[in-house]
Design a protein around this ligand. Structure first.
Ligand SMILES: [Zn+2]
Length: 173
């Protein structure tokens, strides 16, 4: 994910305590993700940033729609997505370790960019299987797919039956 400059938060000037930020994600954001499945969308992002002398605790919330393609009929699909994620940035972190939730910032850093974390939050909130609600798939594609699955109905292999019988026999004393 490409970093977008509107998601940069300069933190050196911020007082300790809670701060709120809002972002609207549109076409530019979805293009910048480099994700072929993301054709667009309209997403609202709320970020709460808690600043302490040693760390920045961000709480990212996304809510909106992502336009992707349906796994079943391949037509455009608007998915409602709602998710949240916490990300902690350690200031002047002496321990140079990163894990999923904790990122150590360079001592010279004066801003953080949230594009990547917003994207991650969005990705995690997306369902693994993306399909239209029943009856809302492209009817033409649906008809063709329905026909195909009937034609390819698996015919039970008689050898399995024979094997099953053998096993049942073997199990009996
Ligand atoms: Zn569909």
């Amino acid at each position: 994910m490409e970093a977008l400059k509107e998601h940069t938060i300069p933190f050196t000037g911020l007082k300790d305590g809670q701060h709120q930020f809002q972002f609207e994600l549109g076409q530019a954001f979805f293009d910048a993700t480099g994700e072929e499945d993301f054709n667009g969308g309209d997403m609202h992002v709320d970020v709460t940033l808690d600043k302490t002398p040693t760390m920045l605790v961000t709480h990212i919330q996304v809510d909106g729609t992502v336009t992707t393609t349906c796994d079943h009929c391949n037509a455009a699909l608007d998915l409602r997505v709602k998710g949240e994620q916490r990300q902690i940035f350690q200031l002047h972190g002496e321990d140079q370790f990163d894990d999923d939730e904790l990122v150590a910032l360079d001592a010279k850093a004066h801003s953080i960019n949230l594009s990547h974390y917003i994207y991650e939050c969005l990705r995690l909130a997306l369902p693994a299987r993306r399909v239209h609600d029943p009856g809302e798939c492209d009817p033409e594609v649906d008809a063709v797919l329905g026909k195909l699955s009937v034609e390819h109905e698996p015919v039970p292999d008689p050898r399995w039956d024979a094997l099953k019988q053998l096993k049942t026999k073997g199990a009996k004393p």
